[in-house]
Ligand binder design. Structure first.
Ligand SMILES: C[S@@+](CC[C@H](N)C(=O)[O-])C[C@H]1O[C@@H](n2cnc3c(N)ncnc32)[C@H](O)[C@@H]1O
Length: 247
């Protein structure tokens, strides 16, 4: 069943404080993004705006965060009230966005893994593509479809585990549990093979696909040591992807 983020908005926000979020997830996304000053950008599935604020602080312009969950958008707007960055937040479905080829960059952390069917995935990829200018970039991170179920407990050292809701076929739920200091929350993604993602992106007019493995920041190594990160890096539970709107 689709995760209702309205029920767990605050707890999900707390999960962004786990060290792997900063030192692997955010560090890798920063490297992939590179300089983004002046780029017209949206953050789809923005949640409470963790990356929306980062994109703005990196110099992106006209930044808009969009999410299906009104509670997530409430949290994002609260932060915008207390620390104004000129970000607009909207409740909306990624499948129906249309910025009419005006954007330089579409960013989405953990969106595509919410597609439970090829139809939903195609709708997301087409919406992203029709919003981008030719030459504009799509940058994303998602559950790693190549992470084998035998590795699903390996995240416990970092504060999360995964479990499979059936046999490993397209559309099968993958339930992530985030083990927080006071509680555990669960979010449900769906398994779609890398080749299915690639086909949907290509069909939507997005090319130059590059998959990226996570990289750890220097601060992460200084604070936790290399051994701490080894299991995550050797069999990554998440995977990064960038592609470009064809001209
Ligand atoms: C795992 S959270 C990630 C939030 C944020 N990107 C981050 O990294 O902190 C996934 C988010 O995707 C949103 N979401 C799921 N399906 C969506 C859709 N079809 N359109 C827009 N947002 C969606 C959820 O409401 C949730 O806030």
């Amino acid at each position: 069943m689709t995760t209702d983020y309205n029920q767990i908005a605050k707890e999900y926000q707390a999960s962004k404080l786990q060290p792997w979020r900063t030192h692997l997830e955010r560090a890798t996304l920063l490297q992939i993004l590179g300089p983004i000053q002046g780029l017209r950008t949206i953050d789809v599935a923005c949640g409470e705006g963790y990356y929306t604020r980062l994109l703005r602080r990196l110099g992106a312009e006209d930044v808009c965060g969009i999410d299906l969950s009104s509670k997530m958008i409430d949290l994002a707007r609260e932060q915008e009230q207390s620390d104004r960055l000129a970000i607009e937040y909207r409740v909306g479905d990624a499948q129906s966005i249309d910025y009419r080829a005006s954007l330089d960059l579409v960013f989405a952390a953990y969106l595509l893994n919410y597609a439970s069917t090829v139809g939903e995935l195609n709708a997301m990829c087409q919406a992203i593509s029709r919003s981008l200018k030719p030459g504009g970039r799509f940058v994303t991170v998602n559950n790693n479809p190549d992470d084998p179920p035998s590795n699903f407990e390996a995240g416990s050292g970092y504060g999360f585990t995964k479990r499979l809701g059936g046999s490993l076929v397209e559309g099968t739920p993958i339930v992530w549990s985030f083990h927080l200091p006071d509680t555990t929350i669960e979010v449900t993604n769906y398994y779609l093979q890398k080749s299915t993602l690639e086909a949907a992106l290509h069909a939507a007019g997005l090319g130059e696909l590059r998959w990226h493995a996570p990289r750890v920041s220097n601060e992460g190594i200084e604070q936790h040591g290399s051994d701490y990160w080894r299991p995550f890096l050797e069999q990554p539970p998440i995977v990064f992807l960038e592609c470009v709107k064809r001209g």
